[in-house]
Write a protein that binds this ligand. Structure first.
Ligand code: NAG
Ligand code: NAG
Ligand code: NAG
Ligand code: NAG
Ligand code: NAG
Ligand code: ZN
Length: 432
């Protein structure tokens, strides 16, 4: 959510104890086996009959918005259509739900997992495995809509004691569906989900984990690592903490010490680096690639070391975020690419046409291609992310130099063209 990006919602949280589901039975058509790598990572294996591995990123679906109105449920129906169209056109091997899957601050009783279920249904119904990270709206606390307190405004809501805390005389306050509730639900019900609870010492930041994409010949042989990070928001501050950065540093050094395997990152809220990388104009000029740059970057509250860890790893190819519905670009930053996905859902602010960023990974040699598939089938913004980006500042310098030279010569030496042609005539070997 970009419009309210300065509005912070902080509150207490509860650590919940739970029993993580131990058995993952793989039903997907993609994989014949469900394999854990040497380091215990869940593995997605390239299909022998295909030359690449394709991922669709669904960002900012915002299910469950304004469920008390006619408008809300209609948006959810449209979001399902949007995802279905994209899945139909691309037929991906994997889907990433990039946060703000639900608008929890619009969900008055703890039934957010039902909306989560709706959001994952187009993917699950096609037997496509997926993974998810949390956004700032996924466990935000319910906010009473102002219109409920108009003249006749009595909240059209009966608080169920089992789902809410009664305070005083029939008033109810809501503690929400927590990140852990949502993750438990997804894993308990979705054998196709590759999401994980992340290390307990990072809670309440939950969706922190790594998946391995392996070659078709050998499930032990990694082609790429996909890192998922919880960028916070909702029930706690919008930040990737220094604890998360430390965890990432540790695990990436363990599984990929020599940077041999390419790495890609997924989280919801842009880090501060996105502000530095962002195009200065309202369109998306080179070296950035994309179609819309309609919003300023709404970043995490602070930078606690994550970008430093990424910059120090030459294996990192790109980061993908959502959050700002009006941006869909990829821009170079240091030696990597910072990319937005594309607003996929009809919930949330903004009426920019819906679409999804697609990633295509190929092996031997490794390539990472990306483009945006719109709901109506149109495709645009092709980019090769496995090529090292040219730094935007050097392109800018060259551009300035060229402009200065061009306009400089033109304005100060109006006769320069004449001089040049004379010089040419002088140099050219007319006397041969
Ligand atoms: C590989 O892809 C083909 C074509 O899409 C599909 O029919 C087949 O079931 C896949 N194999 C595995 C092991 O998933
Ligand atoms: C969730 O609860 C709200 C409030 O009672 C209700 O209007 C809505 O239909 C429920 N949503 C689902 C998906 O069951
Ligand atoms: C309960 O609601 C009434 C108005 O409906 C309000 O005046 C009162 O302060 C509320 N009580 C609590 C404990 O929130
Ligand atoms: C699992 O998902 C199905 C299909 O959407 C849903 O009907 C059911 O309620 C879910 N069951 C549990 C235990 O979460
Ligand atoms: C998530 C949750 O606690 N849901 C409960 C809400 O209340 C109804 C009715 O008591 C229960 O059936 C749900 O399990
Ligand atoms: Zn959003």
């Amino acid at each position: 959510m970009g419009l309210l990006c300065n509005q912070r919602k902080k509150s207490s949280f509860f650590f919940l104890f739970f029993k993580p589901p131990q058995i993952f039975v793989l039903l997907g058509v993609l994989l014949s086996i469900h394999f854990h790598s040497t380091f215990g990572l869940k593995v997605l294996q390239l299909n022998k009959t295909k030359s690449s591995f394709k991922i669709a990123i669904f960002a900012d679906l915002h299910f469950g918005e304004n469920s008390w109105s006619n408008w809300g449920p209609k948006q959810d129906v449209n979001s399902v259509k949007s995802m279905s169209s994209i899945l139909h056109h691309e037929n991906p091997d994997f889907v990433v739900y990039l946060g703000d899957v639900v608008t929890a601050n619009n969900i008055p009783i703890a039934n957010a997992s039902l909306y989560w279920d709706q959001a994952t249904s187009p993917t699950r119904d096609r037997g496509i495995p997926w993974a998810s990270v949390f956004g700032n709206h996924d466990d935000a606390h319910f906010v009473w809509p102002k219109e409920w307190f108009s003249k006749q405004g009595i909240p059209p809501l009966r608080c169920s004691p089992s789902n809410s805390t009664l305070i005083g005389d029939g008033n109810c306050s809501f503690m929400g569906t927590t990140r852990l509730d949502l993750m438990n639900y997804e894993l308990g019900n979705g054998t196709l989900s590759f999401s994980q609870h992340g290390p307990k010492n990072l809670w309440p930041s939950v969706s922190n984990y790594v998946l391995q994409i392996s070659s078709s010949e050998n499930p032990e042989s990694p082609v790429a690592f996909m890192y998922f990070l919880d960028s916070g928001g909702g029930s706690y501050p919008e930040v990737i903490s220094s604890a998360q950065a430390q965890w990432l540093k540790g695990i990436s050094n363990e599984i990929n010490p020599d940077f041999r395997v390419p790495e890609i990152f997924f989280w919801h809220i842009p880090s501060k680096a996105y502000q530095k990388a962002a195009p200065w104009l309202f369109f998306v000029p080179q070296p950035c690639v994309g179609s819309i740059n309609k919003e300023r970057v709404c970043t995490q509250e602070s930078e606690a070391g994550i970008m430093k860890v990424l910059q120090d790893r030459p294996s990192v190819q790109a980061v993908f975020v959502g959050h700002d519905h009006g941006n869909d670009w990829c821009c170079p930053y240091k030696k990597l690419w910072l990319c937005y996905a594309r607003h996929t859902g009809y919930g949330g602010y903004g009426n920019w046409a819906r679409g999804a960023r697609i990633l295509e990974i190929a092996d031997q040699p490794f390539t990472l291609k990306s483009w945006i598939r719109m709901e109506d089938g149109f495709v645009h913004s092709h980019i090769l992310l496995s090529s090292r980006p040219v730094s935007s500042s050097s392109i800018f310098l060259v551009l300035v130099l060229v402009l200065v030279l061009f306009f400089g010569i033109k304005s100060f030496y109006p006769a320069s063209a004449h001089l040049i042609s004379k010089a040419k005539a002088f140099i050219s070997p007319t006397a041969l």
